[in-house]
Every structure is written in C-alpha cells, then in structure tokens.
Design a protein around this ligand. Structure first.
Ligand code: AMP
Length: 280
C-alpha cells in the first residue's frame, strides 16, 4: 500500500470507484492510530466495497495554545497497522494541499458546536467541520465512520451533513476502551503512570452517573454535583465540563426522564481527556 499524497491520485482513485459503482467508506483520522481508530476502519472494511482512511493533523482545529506541534505523529506505524488489516487506500495530505495559500472559506458549525467543547475551544469545530467537508468532497465517499468518543463532533458533523445536504451517510461507532475502562485516545500517551491511574476516574464517574439514574435519581443538578466531586476526589487537576445532557441538542438535562448523555472533559496534568456515556 502506497499512501496517496496528491489530489490527482485521489481523483483517479475516486473516478475508478465511481466507474465500478463501489460503495466507498471514509475514516477520517489524525493518525497515531490505536484500536479505537482501527475499530472504525474494521467497520468500514466490513460495510463498504472500498475504504479510504485519511491521516491529517488538521491545524485549523487546534487553537494557538493547544498541542498541534507536539501532537503524536507515527505515520510508519500507522501505515503498517492499516496494511495489516488489509487497507489499500490511505490519503495523507500535506497541510499545503488542504490549505493552499488562497484558501479562505470556512464552515460555521451548527448551534450544538457552541456548547461544552465550544466554550473551551471556540474555533475547534469550525476547523473540524471545514476539513471534514473537504475530505468528504475530495474522496466522494458514500459512508463516513466516526467514533462516539468525540460525541459532540458527531453531532456537529451530522448537523452539517443534514443542513448542507451532503450526500454521505454518517455511522457512529462505539467507544473502544482499555481493559481497565480508559477510553483509548492518541493523547493517553502523554500520561505518566500515576496520571494514567488518575485518568480512570472519568469512566468511573460516568458509570456512577448510570447507577444514580438507574436507581431513580432524576435531578440533573444533584448528579452533576456528584460528578464534579468524584472527579476532584479522584485527582483530576481541573474540570472543563461534567454534564448530563440531551443526546441530540446537548442542552443540560435538569430533569432526567429519558435518554441522556453524560459528558466529561477534564485535565490530568497537562493532558486534556474527554469521555462520555449514553444512558437510557
Ligand atoms: P482522531 O484521530 O482523534 O481525530 O480520531 C479519529 C476518529 O477516531 C474519530 O472519529 C474519533 O471519534 C475516533 N476515535 C478516537 N478514539 C476512539 C475510541 N477510543 N473509540 C472509538 N473511536 C475513537
């Protein structure tokens, strides 16, 4: 497998798929691939005729103070993992190909982008939506595979696809966790041994929320108070948010009487971790 690095090569590939009437799956990633990413790839390989994995650390979704420079880049290992799974097509564009000098258009993401992550990373989802739309258009994929790990990202992409009538089907794949429950993430490698243990408190807290709700607690404020306490007691250094929300709009659920999603973003040392659990 040779990585695709030019638009000409990508167009040639897409033309061929179109002629052969193949269903094309796209799995957009930023690389540093782990089993979470690979589960999306597996699903695409199972469900579509051709799979294109994209690896691009998208600068426009990082704020200036964020970890763009030190974001892990492990291209050789990534390509090996994909090749071992039978992936034939990996698009690995340079920044200049995605953002040529005269590039100036950007997506204003849906309202759901303004909450939670949007409060702490106000430019993040504009960057995500813009690059994802470009990747959809460039690959002409029919089905796109995203992880529930980035719950709000899925909401933003689904809204964009609906609002812009993008001819693609969005599939949401479950969160893949380490044996002890930590959600897999490229950023977990920043954690030292002690922080790695602390990080488990996110999933512990989400499970506690599930238990509270199944034992009849329906007061959103009470639940969130307990979430915050558990996270602090568990040793996180700061909490960006810990909420129970409507699974579609991500509006805070003050009274719980149906399906909700509990979402957390917290810092352990300098590492920002996110996790979530759909309940009910
Ligand atoms: P990233 O490389 O972090 O942009 O992630 C690429 C895709 O992999 C996104 O759709 C993520 O939601 C998904 N992903 C990341 N971590 C996991 C995980 N632990 N389980 C399932 N999907 C994941």
């Amino acid at each position: 497998m040779t990585p695709i690095r030019t638009l000409e090569a990508l167009h040639e590939l897409a033309d061929g798929f179109q002629r052969a009437n193949e269903t094309v799956g796209i799995v957009p990633t930023m690389g540093a691939l782990h089993d979470g990413h690979l589960s999306l790839v597996r699903q695409s390989l199972d469900e579509t005729g051709e799979t294109i994995v994209t690896i691009f650390v998208n600068p426009s979704q990082f704020a200036p103070e964020e970890d763009l420079q030190r974001y892990p880049r492990t291209l050789d290992a990534d390509l090996e993992k994909l090749s071992a799974m039978g992936v034939k097509h990996v698009f690995v564009p340079e920044s200049a190909l995605m953002y040529p000098p005269n590039f100036s258009t950007s997506i204003v993401p849906a309202k759901v982008a303004t909450k939670l992550e949007g409060e702490f990373r106000p430019t993040h989802f504009a960057g995500v939506a813009t690059v994802v739309l470009k990747l959809f258009n460039m690959t002409r994929a029919d089905v796109a595979f995203f992880g529930q790990k980035d719950y709000q990202q899925v909401c933003v992409i689904q809204a964009m696809v609906e609002d812009f009538n993008v001819p693609i089907e969005v599939r949401v794949c479950p969160i893949i966790r380490e044996a002890d429950g930590l959600a897999m993430s490229s950023r977990n490698r920043y954690l030292d041994a002690e922080q790695r243990k602390t990080a488990l408190v996110l999933y512990r807290t989400l499970n506690h929320v599930r238990e509270l709700i199944s034992s009849g607690q329906n007061d959103g404020f009470e639940i969130v108070t307990e979430m915050r306490q558990l996270l602090i007691d568990g040793g996180v250094d700061s909490i960006d948010y810990a909420v129970v929300a409507d699974p579609k709009t991500l509006e805070t659920a003050n009274f719980i009487d149906g399906k909700v999603v509990a979402l957390i973003a917290a810092h352990v040392g300098k590492t920002r971790l996110i996790d979530n659990l759909v309940i009910g």
